[in-house]
Design a protein around this ligand. Structure first.
Ligand SMILES: [Fe+2]
Length: 539
């Protein structure tokens, strides 16, 4: 390749966004949760690995422990020691913040007994002073409210910890990413670049718009690379024109076209509007299961809708790569300032996403050919008071489509109440991952006092089972029901760590739902891999 040759990013270039050497996910971006995760998860994991690497290696290979918090690493142990050093030195401030959160929480539970909280401010630990308000609920239980926007402007949010790790992917197998630091090895390039940098958008624009090689490689810091990394850098680009012209991806169907990409990712379009839900997009890999990939995305996406703040629904890996094509991001409004429910809008804005709109329950947004409305989403968060979650109703060309993501129908009367305001429903998409992980799998590092095992096992991150999903169907009487968001596609193991068999509860329960719907003459299917659906315009 010559310096002036026009090059594209290869379709199989995998990009892992990193924060302080770990795979980036929303709670690792928000300052207060990031501090807790660094201290209570990452450092503990690394120290445990250094004590007994062989135990981690064995556990990481054990399919029964898939998705467990074990390091999947067999390289030079000194690199792990380096990460520990990095976290303890560079993130010393974050670690102090985590200690301060624990200390303040302990202080509140020991001393806030219903009398004025005013006197306690002088005892707020220094790293939190000025960033927190102390509040009671109506039963005199005290808690901390974080002024999140200020924390993002403080030294506790450091964009110089952000980086991209690039490599060439040759199949669907990727190791689980949340339990192992992403180490620089010979087959990958780590580029230090803040997520909000225009370089990020320029780089991913190279999937469809070529640039001279000299300019493209400069985006990856070519001048500072050694010979080996230069060769690797060059191998990420190609002069070959992409197989699909993105303008060919436009929807021309007169009603509504829905493309299922995988997991909870739906591209819902009319000729006048494109709406992408919970974007997780596969690279262009010639695997066993057919799929839509980046090359199938339209040139512009009018709206990206996010349903809730779990790492398989808010995925920086995809969001950063499509950001330059997206006009507006729609996210659920958070409860405001509690530790487990950081603002998704602030997380996105701090990482360079513009035009982020928050939507609330039953709030609607006019779009070409119709409207988008937020719907209450119960459960699936271990009964924590987390408000950053919404189902969506899309009314387009007269079709009413519900995307309920992982909504757990804990209270079927909700849908009876909702029916009056949402009216007729044509299509429902619902997730049925009804096993769910115990609450601590995701939220454990945020707890300042440990949760008993029995409580933890009972409070799960689980979606609707057959009975609960059936009640939604019976109430809303749609014409079609699709089970989605099962995390089952073979290329998603790195984030969902899910592997079903025919006897897995979510498969049995969703089979029951599909069968039930069909017995009621409702079209139904559990989506897997790839699917395109057309719904006719209604007057
Ligand atoms: Fe979820």
């Amino acid at each position: 390749v010559n310096e002036l040759d026009a090059v594209y990013l290869k379709p199989n270039v995998q990009v892992e966004p990193l924060v302080a050497h770990w795979y980036a996910w929303p709670l690792l971006v928000a300052p207060a949760t990031a501090a807790m995760i660094t201290k209570n998860l990452h450092l503990r994991l690394l120290q445990s690995y250094l004590k007994a690497p062989q135990i981690h290696a064995a556990a990481a290979k054990n399919p029964a422990l898939r998705g467990g918090m074990f390091l999947d690493y067999s390289g030079d142990i000194r690199k792990i020691e380096e990460v520990v050093r990095f976290l303890t030195e560079r993130l010393a401030g974050q670690l102090k913040l985590a200690d301060a959160i624990k200390e303040l929480d302990t202080l509140l539970s020991a001393e806030a007994r219903g009398e004025s909280l005013g006197l306690l401010y002088e005892r707020v630990p220094e790293p939190l002073k000025g960033y927190v308000e102390l509040v009671y609920d109506i039963n005199n239980r005290a808690s901390i409210r974080f002024v999140e926007s200020l924390l993002f402007e403080s030294e506790h949010y450091d964009t110089s910890l952000q980086a991209l790790r690039l490599s060439l992917l040759d199949g669907d197998k990727r190791p689980f990413v949340l339990s192992t630091p992403r180490i620089k090895q010979d087959d990958n390039l780590i580029v230090d670049v803040p997520f909000d940098s225009p370089r990020v958008d320029e780089l991913f624009g190279l999937r469809t718009r070529p640039q001279p090689f000299a300019q493209a490689r400069a985006l990856l810091g070519w001048d500072g690379l050694n010979d080996q990394d230069r060769a690797l850098c060059a191998s990420l680009f190609t002069t070959a024109t992409p197989a699909t012209d993105p303008s060919a991806n436009r929807c021309t169907h007169d009603g509504v076209r829905v493309r299922y990409y995988n997991h909870a990712t739906l591209l819902i379009e009319t000729p006048n509007v494109s709406i992408l839900l919970d974007p997780v997009v596969s690279y262009d890999i010639d695997g066993d299961v057919e799929r839509f990939s980046y090359k199938d995305l339209p040139e512009t996406i009018d709206y990206v809708l996010l349903t809730h703040n779990h790492q398989d629904h808010v995925m920086f890996e995809t969001l950063l790569q499509i950001r330059q094509r997206v006009k507006t991001f729609v996210v659920p409004r958070s409860g405001g300032g509690t530790l487990p429910d950081p603002s998704l809008r602030l997380i996105l804005e701090a990482t360079g996403f513009e035009n982020v709109i928050e939507l609330d329950e039953l709030q609607s947004l006019k779009v070409p050919d119709g409207e988008i409305r937020g719907l209450p989403f119960f459960g699936e968060h271990g009964d924590l008071n987390i408000r950053s979650k919404l189902g969506y109703q899309l009314r387009l060309n007269g079709c009413s489509i519900l995307a309920l993501a992982d909504s757990n129908n804990l209270e079927h009367r909700l849908y009876e109440r909702l029916q009056r305001s949402i009216g007729d429903v044509d299509v429902i998409f619902i997730g049925m991952e009804c096993d769910g992980a115990p609450m601590s799998w995701l939220y454990g590092p945020l707890l300042t006092t440990p949760l008993g095992r029995k409580m933890d096992q009972s409070r799960r991150l689980d979606g609707s089972n057959f009975e609960r999903a059936r009640r939604i169907v019976d109430q809303l009487k749609p014409k079609a029901v699709y089970v989605y968001a099962m995390g089952a596609e073979p290329w998603l193991g790195y984030i969902t760590s899910i592997h079903y068999t025919e006897t897995s509860t979510p498969i049995v329960e969703s089979n029951n739902l599909v069968e039930y719907c069909r017995s009621q003459s409702i079209a139904s299917e559990r989506l897997y891999g790839k699917k395109e659906m057309h719904f006719e315009r209604r007057r």
